[in-house]
Design a protein around this ligand. Structure first.
Ligand code: GLN
Length: 196
């Protein structure tokens, strides 16, 4: 079974761990740089991206995670995690930095300006049972405003890309960890196995 880390400085850590285990992975909570060693993949949970960013820099995790991304480690970010995987962000905190890796511009809280949270049925490319809709939960979610040509769009909501993939990096605006449908985590575990 692949060993997947969940960045555990802030946010929705426990639910991601549970979903990853249900999808067939072993899980390690990552709070210190040493805990990145030997991982097959990493999840950046939803939460508050400004806080995740600040704590990662304080704990010395920012540079090692950037380095792992550059080396091709599979990383999945949901919501705040999507923001942290974007090369550029809009409406970020003044000093906010991202890990980057996906050639896209993401606007924070963009859906949230319209409605704080909502659920909708999506068709997501690459999931098992493609004909069964995926019920996606959005909470103060970002949307993607610009995409580079190497980025693949796996799902859209209201014409906005909400699930994207570039190489070994996967990002969703929504929170698959809060539902019992583990197909997004299964997709990520498959990406991890294919790389390993
Ligand atoms: N709005 C949050 C942020 O900017 C993300 C919300 C979430 O992860 N549910 O980080």
């Amino acid at each position: 079974q692949p060993l997947i880390g969940v960045l555990a400085v802030q946010g929705d850590v426990v639910d991601h761990a549970r979903a990853l285990e249900a999808a067939g992975a072993r899980v390690r909570a990552v709070r210190r740089p040493e805990e990145l060693e030997g991982l097959d993949g990493l999840v950046i949970p939803g939460g508050e991206s400004t806080t995740i960013d600040r704590l990662c820099r304080i704990f010395g995790l920012h540079e090692p995670i950037r380095a792992q991304i550059a080396e091709g480690m599979p990383v999945y970010g949901s919501c705040a995690g999507m923001i942290q995987l974007a090369d550029q962000i809009l409406d970020g905190h003044r000093e906010q930095q991202t890990f980057g890796g996906i050639d896209m511009t993401v606007r924070r809280n963009a859906f949230g300006r319209q409605v704080d949270s909502f659920e909708t049925d999506l068709g997501i490319d690459g999931l098992a049972e493609p004909d069964r809709p995926y019920r996606a939960v959005f909470i103060r979610a970002p949307w993607v405003e610009r995409l580079g040509e190497d980025v693949e769009v796996l799902a859209r909501a209201d014409d906005h890309p909400v699930a994207v993939r570039q190489g070994n990096l996967l990002a969703t605006s929504f929170h698959p960890e809060v539902t019992e449908d583990h197909r997004v985590h299964e997709l990520f575990v498959r990406m991890v196995r294919e790389r390993a």
